[in-house]
Write a protein that binds this ligand. Structure first.
Ligand code: TRH
Length: 337
C-alpha cells in the first residue's frame, strides 16, 4: 500500500498540549512510513520539545499550506485556512477533526460520526479515548518495551539529579495549585526527590519541609519527558498529553485537569476516576489536588502501583490512536488510494 501524505493542522490555544499531541501524532505517522506536513500557527514550543525534528515530518506555517495531500487532520476543531478547504473540494482528502481526550461516556457516541460540509466533503469526528469504541490513546510501537528496559538511576545521574539511597522520586507538572503546601507536607513523610518542571511547578515550590529535596528541571524534549515519568515513583501530570504518558509510565499518577470556567472539568475528572481500577482514597486525593474537594491523604504507593500497572495493561491491550486513525482514514478513502 502506498504511503500517504497527511496534513495536520494545529493552532496553539494555550499551554503545550496542542503542540504536544500534534507532534506525537506527526512523529508516529512518519515512523509508520507516512509523510506528514504539520501546519502550525506557533511552533515555538518545538524548539525544546523536539529540537532534533523528525525524518518524514515537515513543519510549516498554518496559513502556508498548499495542495492538500491524502488526509487532513485538524486538531481540536482548529479549522484549516479557507483557501485550503476550497482546494480540498477538488482533491477530496479524508478529513478528520481530532478531538480532545475525555473518558466521558458520550465520547463513544460521538466518535467516528460524519459531519457533511458545505464544500461537499465529509468531516469525521475522531475522539481519543479509553474504550474500544473510541480512537484510543497515542502509543508508539515499542514504547512499553523501551520503558521496560529503562535504567532510571543512570538517567537521573546524567541529568544531575542522582537519587540518594532510600529516596523516592516524585515529578511535578502542574498548573497554579493552592494545594502545593499540603502536598509538600505529605511528601515530607518519606525522603523524596521532587523533580520540578519549568514554569508553574518551579514558581510555586519555594521553601520545602525537611525530607523533600527539590530539583529544578530544564525543559526536556518529549522523549526526555517520558523518561522523567518513567524515572519517578509518583507523577503529577496535567492536561491531556502528559496524562497519557503517565499512564504508559505505569507508575502511580495524579492528574490536574485543565480547569474550565463552566466547571465541566469536574465531570471529566470523575469520568476518568471511574475507569481506573478501585483504590481506597484515590478519588478523594485527586479531587483535593484539583480543588474539587478537601485535601485528602496520599494513598499508599504500593497498592497504587498495582492499580497503575493494571490500568496501563488494560489500555495497552487496545489499538493505539495512530493505528486506529490510519485504519479509519484508509477505510474512508476513495478506491484510488
Ligand atoms: O501543557 P498542557 O497543560 O496542555 C493543555 C492540555 O492539552 C489541555 O487538554 C488543553 O485543553 C489545554 O492545554 C489548552 O498539558 P499537556 O497536554 O500534558 O501538554 C504538555 C506537553 O509538553 C506534553 O506533550 C509533554 C510536553 N513536555 C515536554 O516535552 N517536556 C517538558 O519538559 C515538559 C514539562 C512538558
Amino acid at each position: 500500500m502506498r504511503a500517504w501524505t497527511w496534513d495536520v493542522f494545529c493552532r496553539v490555544i494555550d499551554n503545550f498540549g496542542d503542540v504536544g499531541v500534534c507532534w506525537r501524532l506527526a512523529r508516529d505517522l512518519a515512523a509508520r512510513g507516512e509523510r506528514v506536513r504539520l501546519w502550525m500557527d506557533d511552533a515555538s514550543a518545538l524548539r525544546w520539545m523536539a529540537p532534533a525534528g523528525c525524518t518524514g515530518v515537515e513543519v510549516g506555517a498554518f496559513d502556508a499550506a498548499g495542495e492538500p495531500g491524502d488526509a487532513v487532520v485538524e486538531a481540536f476543531a482548529c479549522d484549516p485556512p479557507p483557501a485550503f478547504v476550497e482546494r480540498m473540494a477538488a482533491r477530496r482528502p479524508v478529513w478528520i477533526n481530532l478531538e480532545y481526550l475525555s473518558a466521558e461516556a458520550w465520547v463513544e457516541r460521538a466518535h467516528a460520526l460524519p459531519s457533511p460540509q458545505r464544500n461537499g466533503l465529509t468531516k469525521w469526528f475522531f475522539h481519543p479515548g479509553f474504550s474500544a469504541a473510541t480512537g484510543g490513546l497515542l502509543r508508539e510501537p515499542g514504547l512499553l518495551a523501551e520503558r521496560a528496559g529503562f535504567e532510571r538511576d543512570a538517567w537521573l545521574a546524567a541529568l544531575g539529579a542522582a537519587r540518594r539511597p532510600g529516596e523516592r522520586v516524585v515529578s511535578l507538572f502542574c498548573y497554579d495549585n493552592p494545594a502545593i503546601p499540603q502536598l509538600l507536607q505529605a511528601l515530607a513523610a518519606e525522603p523524596t526527590l521532587l523533580l520540578l518542571t519549568p514554569g508553574h511547578a518551579q514558581r510555586q515550590v519555594g521553601a520545602v519541609p525537611p525530607g523533600v529535596r527539590p530539583f529544578a528541571l530544564p525543559w526536556l524534549d518529549q522523549p526526555g519527558f517520558d523518561r522523567l515519568l518513567w524515572a519517578s515513583d509518583l507523577n503529577f501530570v496535567r492536561g491531556e498529553d502528559s496524562l497519557v504518558r503517565a499512564i504508559w509510565a505505569g507508575a502511580p499518577f495524579v492528574w490536574q485537569i485543565y480547569p474550565q470556567h463552566d466547571g465541566v472539568h469536574a465531570d471529566k475528572l470523575d469520568a476518568l476516576l471511574q475507569r481506573l481500577p478501585p483504590l481506597p482514597g484515590l478519588a478523594a486525593f485527586w479531587r483535593g489536588w484539583n480543588g474539587l474537594g478537601p485535601w485528602a491523604p496520599l494513598p499508599p504507593l504500593d497498592a497504587w502501583r498495582a492499580v497503575a500497572a493494571a490500568f496501563r495493561d488494560e489500555q495497552a491491550a487496545r489499538l493505539d490512536l495512530t493505528g486506529s486513525l490510519w485504519q479509519f482514514a484508509r477505510a474512508r478513502a476513495g478506491p484510488e488510494c
